[in-house]
Design a protein. Structure first.
Length: 154
C-alpha cells in the first residue's frame, strides 16, 4: 500500500518508528516531514500528506501530533478527505471499517509508539463495510452542499 505520513514536532519520534515498521512490512511510504523536533504548524504537514491522497499518489495517510486533534481537524478541512482520530486499536479499526477514512490521526502524547504501530496496522488492514455507504454519501453531500444536504431537521 502507498502511505503518506506526517507529524508535527511532537510526533517526530512516533513517525520514525512508524516509518521503519511500515517500510519493513513492504509498504511504499512517503515521509512528508518534519525531520526535526523544531516547532512547526501541524496544518502544513497534514495538508502535505493528505494532498498525496487527494492526488492519488497515496492510498492512505497517517498523521501524528501531540493529541491527534489538530491533525484531524486540519485533514478534515480538505475536500474529499475523511480523517479518523483514534486513541486505540479499536477506534483505528472502526475509522477504516465504518467511516472509510483516508487518513488516521493519532496523538504522540496519548499513545506510545508500540500502540501507534498496532493502531496503524489495524487501520490499514481493516476493509470498509459497505453497509455504511449511505452515511458516507451524506457526509460527501455536506461537503459540497452545506448543512441542508442531510434529510434530518432539528
Amino acid at each position: 500500500m502507498r502511505i503518506s505520513i506526517a507529524s508535527d514536532h511532537n510526533g517526530v519520534d512516533h513517525k520514525r518508528a512508524l516509518l521503519e515498521h511500515l517500510r519493513a512490512a513492504g509498504h511504499a511510504v512517503t515521509d512528508c516531514g518534519p525531520h526535526t523536533t523544531a516547532s512547526v504548524d501541524y496544518a502544513d504537514f497534514a495538508q502535505a500528506a493528505c494532498r498525496l491522497v487527494q492526488d492519488g499518489a497515496a492510498d492512505r495517510a497517517v498523521l501524528i501530533c501531540g493529541t491527534g486533534i489538530g491533525m484531524s481537524i486540519a485533514a478534515n478541512k480538505m475536500r474529499s478527505i475523511r480523517c479518523g482520530l483514534a486513541h486505540d486499536v479499536a477506534t483505528a479499526r472502526l475509522a477504516a471499517g465504518h467511516n472509510h477514512a483516508h487518513a488516521l490521526a493519532l496523538g504522540a502524547r496519548v499513545v506510545d509508539a508500540t500502540t501507534a504501530i498496532a493502531m496503524v496496522d489495524a487501520f490499514l488492514a481493516e476493509p470498509f463495510e459497505t453497509r455504511h455507504q449511505r452515511r458516507l454519501d451524506k457526509i460527501t453531500a455536506l461537503e459540497s452542499s452545506g448543512p441542508t444536504a442531510c434529510s434530518t431537521t432539528c
